[in-house]
Write a protein that binds this ligand. Structure first.
Ligand SMILES: NC(=O)c1ccc[n+]([C@@H]2O[C@H](COP(=O)([O-])OP(=O)(O)OC[C@H]3O[C@@H](n4cnc5c(N)ncnc54)[C@H](OP(=O)(O)O)[C@@H]3O)[C@@H](O)[C@H]2O)c1
Length: 344
């Protein structure tokens, strides 16, 4: 029975990956700091939790034991993290390092976390320019992508069979932030109108955790040193996403598509890019990757998970609070109502 070890495997990507591998007959161990974060469905399916901080080299060494067929690192954010991964990867047949599309820069040097939004020429290939490596705080806007690049360099320079995956906006059960909450909450609040900035044309390519899991299983059987984009087979815009969620929840609302003359704070969503951000996934496909499903098919479980949490009083605390700094900008109902009242 092949054996996988997933570092930081109790979260969004880990959950989807463990469930997929277990269903395919693997033995799977996951590490995390807090056993309470181990999803019960993963334990029920046969996943084993090992308490180990990502920085605890000794505990991780024990977790790898005599070696694993697949090692996945969901919590590699810096070059130092990647250096800790290398001795473990030496004892793994195939290793996956989860990076991010945030590493890409456009011709002007802008990236996903720049003040100026990037403008890519078309679907982004792995050969697109990336940020310079950096070691500033990886939790900062400039530091996130730069540190990911530094981590990627450590992995690629090692010559070990480490596949670097670059997802876009990841969705799935366990997502934090669960960006789709922007529309799900509106449905639960029975909002009769949904406002969409930029006429809902923004595109930030979604990546289902289930699709990352599919690619991880592919590279488990094809060890190698490489970089691969991973994203859903379709790239819906904000209006498409709004409609899919409303349809899934059987909710009807008036769509108000705002143009550039509108107050920029109205109708904001996480997908409001000025220019499409779409990942080219042909390299993954050439390797044999077959997506688990398109956006509508793969996002359904996450929507149901959010609705279930809301309807049961959110005992696990998975829903964003009213003061959540990421979400509060999307829920200014008072400003919307004033705008709608003025409109008549
Ligand atoms: N979400 C996105 O849209 C997105 C987009 C692009 C790339 N990514 C990349 O995806 C990766 C995150 O994966 P994810 O979404 O599955 O994350 P996640 O949902 O936050 O899960 C990470 C898990 O790792 C555990 N963990 C955190 N810090 C740890 C540490 N120091 N030692 C051991 N375990 C630790 C956490 O449990 P404990 O707290 O109990 O330890 C948590 O359950 C990151 O590399 C990120 O850069 C995410």
């Amino acid at each position: 029975m092949p054996h996988a070890l997933i570092l930081g495997g109790t979260g969004l990507i880990g959950r989807a990956t463990v469930l997929r591998l277990l269903a395919a007959g693997w033995r799977v161990d996951v590490t995390g700091r807090n056993p309470a974060n181990m999803p019960s469905e993963v334990t029920d399916a046969g996943g084993r939790f090992i308490q180990a901080d990502r920085a605890d080299a000794d505990r991780l060494r024990v977790a790898v034991g005599d070696g694993v067929d697949l090692l996945v690192d969901c919590v590699c954010y810096t070059a130092a993290d990647a250096r800790l991964l290398l001795p473990l990867a030496e004892d793994a047949r195939s290793t996956v390092l989860v990076s991010s599309k945030a590493v890409y820069v456009d011709a002007a040097g802008n990236h996903a976390n720049s003040d100026v939004e990037p403008r890519f020429d078309g679907p982004i290939r792995e050969s697109q320019a990336i940020m310079a490596p950096g070691d500033m705080d990886y939790r900062s806007r400039e530091g996130y992508g730069a540190n990911k690049v530094a981590a990627e360099h450590v992995a690629l320079d090692s010559g070990l069979p480490i596949s670097i995956l670059r997802p876009s906006f990841v969705h799935g059960v366990g997502a934090a932030p669960a960006r789709e909450w922007v529309f799900v909450k509106r449905v639960l609040d029975r909002r009769p109108t949904v406002l969409l900035a930029r006429r809902g044309t923004g595109i930030m390519h979604p990546t289902a955790a289930a699709n990352i899991a599919a690619l991880i299983e592919t590279v488990a059987h094809a060890p190698g040193a490489r970089v691969l984009n991973v994203a859903d087979p379709d790239a819906p815009n904000a209006l498409d996403i709004c409609r899919m969620i409303a349809r899934h929840l059987e909710h009807e609302w008036e769509e108000l598509l705002l143009d550039d003359t509108a107050d920029p704070d109205l109708g904001r969503t996480p997908w409001d890019s000025a220019h499409p951000v779409i990942l080219d996934t042909s390299a993954a496909r050439r390797l044999g990757y077959r997506p688990a499903g398109d956006y509508a098919a793969t996002v359904a479980a996450q929507i149901d998970w959010l609705v279930h949490a809301a309807s049961t009083g959110d005992p696990a605390g998975v829903l964003p609070s009213a003061s959540d700094p990421y979400f509060s900008r999307f829920f200014d109902y008072q400003a919307e109502d004033e705008f709608l009242a003025r409109r008549g």
